[in-house]
Ligand binder design. Structure first.
Ligand code: AMO
Length: 469
């Protein structure tokens, strides 16, 4: 555990600390707090398992040290109620081991001298916290606060925080600064119609689909290298395992850079995230929690395999040829759907880039490849995707910084440059050539944790049917 814990008004020690530092705490008085995970014992004794965000510790209560009244309070307490316990730390009696068997490491318990109930849980619980029989995803999401108390679900969000921490950390070492752009906007960002409308006082406005146009304006503003981790809203009527209507977009934009330069930033960042997670003891604990759950569901264990650098690059032209050779139904100029990505990913067990997409499959802000055309003679772009298996993780590219070409691109895509004046203006008074990408945080979490549904990786997912809680 790398965190430094400070006592709070409710506890002197965490439950994780009792187990880790138990040898030094024997005989010492402590106050711990947590959820009542389980309790057993009648008459003059009670064993209660207490759980907090750091671990679990057994509380041993006896009538002669706790008093009859408090003992029966503890014995009658419903599961998942919250309480504090004051008592002394003792080593638990080690379990009997057979000859030749290695004894488990010592464990510690708290001999209770007083108990205070903080909030009693109603029974029955709408969702079992300790059950290994999986509840349906809808029931889980309806009762997410309880679902989160389950060890493997809790672990998912602790891992998620680590992924963002290591991603941030890496970009800062490469000279990026963290920015925030508005989520209430006047125009579409990506073109197209998948916007959530809203009223901004008396004026119609939208929730932003991506920080794209604003991060580019930061380049015109001389901020050189920016990143942002923030929500993106898409009113797409998808109902799949990988689409959300609100997701967290992890974006960068970098001046004086090409598509190749920012692909380098992306692979170095992902490599850093994976290797940091692999070497972080807390993350290993989270992976173990997830694997314990997977084992109970007869699912294969997940492993953190650090991807090798550089990631493979399969240009769009080659991707189409390879998919066709493997029997896929696709033509040059088509998007590469999940089934065809499966064919392409054969022999590519990790992340892979698909650079140089046809210009007309990419948004208006993407730069074309000068003097180079695809095998069919159509214009290629400096846009790329990063995939893992069948799923797209990131898209990005070098941006068009020449104002005349940018306005032509807008018109070619039936968009009116005047409606994008706030953006186009940023190209009128000098602008560095620049490139960037946007990565779906939830998609990356799916890869790391083996989640089969993107909703598993979001605290309170928003999809076509769900916006509460
Ligand atoms: P794009 O639209 O491809 O590109 O989005 C970037 C990445 O965001 C994730 N993503 C989603 N995740 C969950 N649910 C969705 N509905 C969803 N839509 C997208 C994907 C995707 O690869 N402005 C560009 C990025 C850039 O060029 O910098 C953009 O938004 O992982």
């Amino acid at each position: 555990m790398d965190e430094t814990w400070h006592p709070t008004a409710y506890r002197t020690h965490t439950l994780g600390q009792i187990q880790r530092e138990g040898a030094d705490l024997i005989g010492q008085e402590v106050t711990v707090a947590g959820f009542l995970h389980a309790s057993r014992g009648k008459g003059a004794i009670c064993f209660a398992d207490l759980r907090d965000g750091t671990g679990m510790t057994q509380v041993f209560a006896k009538a002669d040290t706790l008093g009859e009244e408090q003992l029966s309070l503890l014995q009658g307490l419903t599961r998942e109620s919250t309480l504090t316990v004051t008592g002394t730390v003792a080593q638990k009696r080690p379990p009997k081991t057979k000859e030749g068997e290695t004894p488990p490491p010592p464990a510690y318990e708290v001999l209770a001298t007083s108990v205070a109930v903080l909030a009693e849980a109603e029974a029955p619980l709408p969702l079992g916290v300790t059950d290994t029989v999986g509840a349906g995803l809808d029931t889980r999401l309806d009762n997410r606060f309880l679902d989160l108390r389950r060890a493997h679900v809790n672990a998912m969000f602790r891992l998620r925080a680590k992924v963002l921490q290591y991603g941030r950390e890496h970009l800062i070492t490469e000279g990026f600064i963290e920015t925030h752009t508005p989520k209430i906007v006047a125009t579409a960002t990506e073109g197209g119609t998948d916007l959530f409308p809203m009223m901004y006082f008396d004026t119609p406005a939208f929730l932003n689909q991506s920080p794209q146009l604003f991060k580019q304006l930061c380049m015109s503003g001389g901020l050189e290298r920016v990143f942002e981790i923030g929500p993106a809203f898409r009113a797409e009527k998808h109902d799949t395992y990988r689409h959300l209507n609100e997701f967290i977009s992890f974006d960068i934009e970098s001046s004086w850079s090409t598509d190749d330069d920012v692909m380098g930033v992306l692979e170095r960042m992902l490599h850093h995230i994976w290797s940091s997670v692999a070497n972080d003891a807390a993350c290993q604990g989270h992976i173990e929690s997830i694997n314990a759950w997977r084992a109970s569901q007869d699912e294969e264990a997940i492993e953190v395999i650090v991807p090798e650098l550089p990631f493979p690059r399969v240009e769009y032209d080659d991707a189409i040829r390879i998919i066709k050779e493997r029997g896929g139904s696709i033509e040059w100029g088509d998007d590469i759907d999940a089934e065809n990505s499966d064919l392409l990913a054969q022999g590519l067990p990790q992340f892979y880039f698909i650079p140089r997409w046809p210009m007309d499959l990419k948004p208006f802000y993407i730069h074309q490849v000068e003097g180079e055309e695809g095998s069919t003679g159509r214009q290629l772009s400096r846009g790329f995707d990063l995939n893992f298996g069948r799923d797209e993780m990131t898209s990005g590219g070098q941006r068009e910084h020449r104002i005349d070409v940018l306005c032509d691109n807008l018109r070619d895509m039936d968009l009116d440059p005047e409606e994008f004046e706030f953006y186009v203006a940023g190209f009128r008074h000098g602008v560095p050539p620049h490139a960037g990408w946007g990565l779906g945080v939830e998609r990356i979490l799916m890869v790391l944790t083996g989640a089969k549904n993107v909703r598993e990786t979001v605290l309170f997912p928003r999809d076509r049917r769900r916006f509460c809680p």
